[in-house]
Ligand binder design. Sequence first.
Ligand code: CTP
Ligand code: MG
Length: 227
Amino acid sequence: PRVAVIVVAAGSGTRLAGGAPKAFVGIDGSSILRHALDGIAAAPPAQVVIVVPSGREGDARTEALSVFGDRNELVTVVAGGATRQQSVAAGLAALWADVDTVLVHDAARALTPPAVFARVIDEVRRSGAGVIPMRPVVDTLKRVADAVVTEAVDRTPLVAAQTPQGFPRAALEDAYARAGAEHTDDAALFAAAGHEVRTVDGDDLSFKITTPADLDRARHLLRSGAP
Ligand code: CTP
Ligand code: MG
């Protein structure tokens, strides 16, 4: 298949409060965006679409060049929108004509191992469905109303969804064209359009850098030899 990865990096990073849009905040010597691109470059897809805040396109091209070098022609940089869903839509609009499989990935999941991309691509190819990487839920879950526990929730059938989420291109474009409301993730939007979503194993390293504590965790993992 001809695979494109849309890397959404257009958020402001309000909760991280790192002094720059989150994707451009450093983890070690390298930014969150650069680490995310490193995970993609290991087995480069046909196209990489990087979606960044308006005005940051040049910075993104510089980061991409440092990762992809002379393969940098596979990189497209576009400006995102006010919501993640709008940023993904901007990325979809920049896909090359011959792309048939699309992965949507949060730049904020900067340490996602290359093997996760491979599992998602393989399962989209095998099943023709939408595919999300998932982890089991480890916490004990309760349903609560007005600070009172109303129910213990069985976590056995529950999973935590990660990215990259993969889709056949035509079906994803169709789902985006028909999406009215904001959805929690691309898989929810895809399912709302009536399409099947399947799962593959995710990875604990794919955690999303959201808060300063998450950034500390990423720094610690890199110091102790994570990819
Ligand atoms: N994202 C985006 N466009 C937006 C909002 C989010 O491309 N308008 C991207 C972010 O850059 C991130 C991913 O979606 O890679 C997940 O979003 P989140 O972790 O919420 O990042 P931010 O929105 O930047 O952070 P915050 O909500 O704390 O402001
Ligand atoms: Mg956000």
